[in-house]
Design a protein around this ligand. Structure first.
Ligand code: AMP
Length: 292
């Protein structure tokens, strides 16, 4: 496996491969990898001749500097996991490396280079993490330019992000964006790099998130189609915990809306964001589940 630290070398590596007419699967990550990331890499390895992975803790998508600072990192561990999962090249870089000549004197990206994340960025994550999806759309568009992958793989765990990056892919005419299912612990907790920062009590609190999602799913299976009633079922489960809940909401996945849909739903996805107790400050967790 090639390990590259310059964006320009990664671009040259990808170009050489595409010039030979070979297909390239791409997985964008922020590192501190777990089985959820590896599932994306393995899927990409099945579908393509080669897989490449980026590891970049993108400052543009963090609305809270302390969260960026505390984000876990483990480059050596990540590299050995990727090697075992069939990755041919892993690369990272700096903000300056991704956006040469486009930063101001404070090292921030000039606003004219930011990418519009589209209407799916409105509401929920977009509301609670101001600017987050602008940062996601900007780096993902740049990563797509650098790698020019045949297919790019994202995890359903970050539901709204999947909508945003699919739109970025559509707008520029590729790559094909493929969404892989959320990988969970046996306990139901969705795998996340942030789980490493949970205190023992926070891990227990985190279990209420998937419990609430499954409760909404059960209600859906009993025939409930009202978004408000489904959301209140989740809120009732979450209230039994000491989580600091940001939202527990239901949306129509076919027609994303920032507000709760009023009409009876034919399709539904339930989404939760909540903060659990960490070893050092609270840890923000998100999860979602397709109800239909
Ligand atoms: P991150 O490193 O958190 O930016 O995640 C990189 C990619 O891995 C994103 O497409 C995530 O949606 C995906 N991912 C993270 N956790 C999981 C999980 N538990 N199951 C499936 N995909 C995941």
């Amino acid at each position: 496996m090639q390990r590259l630290t310059e964006v320009s070398s990664a671009q040259a590596w990808c170009r050489a491969l595409r010039a030979r007419g070979e297909s390239l699967g791409f997985v964008a990550t922020m590192g501190f990898l777990h089985e959820g990331h590896l599932a994306l890499v393995e899927q990409a390895a099945k579908d393509n001749d080669h897989v490449c992975v980026s590891i970049f803790v993108n400052p543009l998508q963090f609305d809270d500097p302390a969260d960026l600072e505390r984000y876990p990192r483990n480059m050596e561990g990540d590299a050995s996991m990727l090697e075992g999962a069939g990755c041919a090249m892993v690369f990272g870089g700096t903000l300056e490396g991704f956006f040469p000549g486009q930063l101001d004197e404070r090292g921030e990206l000039l606003p004219e280079h930011l990418v519009d994340p589209g209407s799916c960025a409105l509401g929920l994550e977009g509301e609670y993490r101001r600017g987050h999806f602008v940062g996601v759309a900007t780096i993902v568009q740049r990563l797509f330019e650098v790698v020019e992958p045949t297919r790019a793989y994202f995890g359903a765990k970050d539901y709204q992000q999947c909508l945003v990056v699919s739109e970025v892919g559509r707008r520029r005419g590729g790559p094909e964006v493929i969404i892989s299912p959320t990988v969970r612990e046996a306990s139901g907790l969705a795998l996340s790099s942030r789980n490493a920062r949970l205190a023992a009590a926070g891990r227990e609190q985190g279990l209420f998130i998937s419990r609430a999602l499954f409760a909404a799913k059960e209600l859906w299976q009993q025939g409930e189609r009202n978004a408000g009633i489904l959301a209140r079922r989740m809120q009732a489960v979450l209230e039994e915990s000491e989580l600091e809940v940001e939202y527990a909401a239901v949306r129509n996945p076919e027609h994303w809306s920032p507000e709760e849909p009023q009409a009876a739903l034919s399709q539904a996805v339930a989404l939760i964001a909540a903060k659990a107790q960490g070893q050092n400050g609270r840890v923000r967790l998100i999860d979602n589940m397709q109800l239909s």
